[in-house]
Design a protein around this ligand. Sequence first.
Ligand code: ARG
Length: 287
Amino acid sequence: MKCIQTETVLCYIFLSFYIATGQDGMLQKPEAQQSGHRIVGGHDAQPGELPFQVAIQRKFYFGSGSFHWCGGSIIDSEHVLTAGHCVFGLPTAELIVYAGVLNNSWQTAQENRVVRHVTEVFLHEEFDIDTYINDIAVLQVSPGFPTDNPDVKAIPLREDIAPEGLACTVSGWGLLGDPEETKPQILQVVALPFITHDTCRHIYRNYTDGSIELGMNCAGYLEGGKDACNGDSGGPLQCGGLLTGVVSWGEKCALPNYPGVYSDVAYYKDWIAQQLARSRTKFIFRM
Ligand code: ARG
């Protein structure tokens, strides 16, 4: 369920109720249906294990508090990388970033928690909501992240093409499985091998609801069982200490022969650098 810019306040009122009743607000690639998720197969992350992981939440329209929406990764002192579909059509003021937490509940105070407002959204100009091509966005937060918090750290970006089978992790607060569709409160992480663009394009060659386009890579096992799922979008695929992918889409979750699909960080390195430069320029003019 999502609200787009042209929709009215009523939509947000409905959304607040929808969330309050325990439903989820995760975005899904339109063709990939919500049913039939499999166990993601991860485990609780340890304190300080993924200091670059953030939870992107949406503020309740009325009152205080927020609900989980997407994942993201800290890429420098004041920027988060996430998926384009996580921010598409949403007012910037509605987004809030939680860093340095394992528990993503806004009500659970945690020692090293850092909460930041989003001040600017740089969504890829050619993001396509139907195909998920260019599913990438940079968020500027304010004030910047602290430099002395062990649970809040930027992750360097991968600039080369990762090799087939490289050991990676994907993490987030997305669904654990179906039919329960349980959402964990504690950050989950699962180890997965990297799948290159070419191999993944071949794996998905007969799939009719989407294709592996330039700027997409994958990770997972052909036998399934371990994957990202709804609510993990925007979060990090980390391989060898480098941010290698951004959770984007998949056919359901953890199905055999349908590995998770990611936006390829190396492919977008110039675009990301341009957004950081734009963001800094804007920042100077604002002062
Ligand atoms: N689009 C989903 C989201 O908004 C992420 C789906 C990832 N799916 C997967 N099977 N890897 O959270």
